[in-house]
Design a protein around this ligand. Structure first.
Ligand code: CAA
Length: 246
C-alpha cells in the first residue's frame, strides 16, 4: 500500500485518537493538532507507550491564520497533506431560546468554519498531485436534529453540504470527499450528557449500546483507502441503527 500523509484535526479526542491509530495501523504518517501544549505532550507520550509514533503541531482550526501555520508546519516536516480528516468539534448544548451568541459562534467556528480554514490550505496540493481524501466527521444530529443542539446540528448538517460541493468540484482531480456521521459513541463528549438524558438516548439505539471509537475509525480507513476511489459525496451513517436515513 502507499503510505500517505494524514492530518486528523482534533486527534487528541476520543474519536480522533482512534482515527489517528487506525490510519497509523494502515501505514500512514499521521499528524494532528493541539491548542493545549501540556495536554498534547501527555497524549503523544501515551501514544508512544502504546507503540504509535504520532506527530503533533500547534493549531487552532477555528482560526484561518492559525490553520495556515499549522498546515505549513505539517508540510515542512512531513510533506503535502494527502488525507485530511476534519474531525475537531465541540458542543455547547442548550435549548435555542437560551442560547447565547457565543454558544452559537463557538460551535460554528470550530465545527464548520474549520472545514474551510483547514481544507482551503490543502486542496491546491491535492489537486496538483491528482490524489486526495477529504473526510468530514459530522454527526447523527446533523441528520436528525437534536433537542438542545440547534448550533451543533446546523454546523454538522453544513459539513455535509460542504462535502457534496467539494466532491463535485474535485472529482476529476482524483480527490474523494465524504462525510461520516457517527451516532452516540462512548467518548468524553457523550459522557458529559447528563446520565438520565443519556440513558434515554441509549434506549433508542437498536444495537443497544453506545458506539466504540474504533467503529468510526474503521470507516475512516476504509474511505481513505486507495480502493475507495469511486466513493465520493457519500454520507456514511454509523449509529447502531439509531437513525436510518436513505
Ligand atoms: N424531546 C422533548 N423534550 C425534551 C427532550 C427531547 N429530546 N429533551 C429534554 N426535553 C424536555 C425535558 O423533559 C424538560 O421538560 P419539562 O420542562 O417539561 O420538564 C425540558 O425539555 C428541559 O428543557 P430546558 O430548556 O430546561 O433544558 P435544560 O437546560 O435542562 O437542558 C439540554 C436541556 C441541555 C438540551 C439537555 O436535555 C441535554 O443535555 N440533552 C442532550 C443533548 C445531546 O444529546 N447532546 C449530544 C452531545 S454528544 C454529541 O453531540 C456527539 C454526537 O454527535 C452524537
Amino acid at each position: 500500500m502507499t503510505a500517505r500523509v494524514a492530518l486528523v484535526t482534533g486527534g487528541t479526542g476520543g474519536i480522533g485518537t482512534a482515527i489517528c491509530r487506525e490510519l497509523a495501523n494502515q501505514g500512514h504518517r499521521v499528524v494532528t493538532n493541539y491548542r493545549n501544549q501540556e495536554k498534547a505532550q501527555a497524549w503523544q507520550a501515551e501514544q508512544k507507550a502504546a507503540g504509535f509514533d504520532m506527530a503533533i503541531v500547534p493549531g487552532d482550526v477555528s482560526d484561518f491564520d492559525s490553520s495556515a501555520d499549522m498546515v505549513k508546519q505539517v508540510e515542512d516536516s512531513l510533506g503535502g497533506v494527502e488525507i485530511l480528516v476534519n474531525n475537531a468539534g465541540i458542543t455547547r448544548d442548550t435549548t435555542f431560546h437560551k442560547m447565547s451568541g457565543m454558544q452559537w459562534q463557538e460551535v460554528m467556528r470550530t465545527n464548520l468554519d474549520s472545514c474551510y480554514n483547514v481544507t482551503r490550505q490543502v486542496i491546491d496540493g491535492m489537486r496538483g498531485r491528482k490524489w486526495g481524501r477529504v473526510l468530514q466527521i459530522s454527526s447523527i444530529n446533523g441528520q436528525k436534529g437534536q433537542y438542545g443542539q440547534a448550533n451543533y446540528a446546523a454546523a454538522k448538517a453544513g459539513m455535509h453540504g460542504f462535502t457534496i460541493s467539494l466532491a463535485q468540484e474535485n472529482a476529476k482531480f482524483g480527490i474523494t470527499v465524504n462525510t461520516i456521521s457517527p451516532g452516540y459513541v462512548g467518548t468524553d463528549m457523550v459522557m458529559a450528557v447528563p446520565e438520565e438524558v443519556r440513558a434515554k438516548i441509549v434506549a433508542q439505539i437498536p444495537v443497544g449500546r453506545l458506539g466504540d471509537p474504533d467503529e468510526i475509525a474503521y470507516a475512516v480507513a476504509f474511505l481513505a483507502a486507495e480502493k475507495a476511489a469511486w466513493i465520493t459525496g457519500a454520507n456514511l451513517a454509523i449509529n447502531g441503527g439509531h437513525y436510518m436515513g436513505w
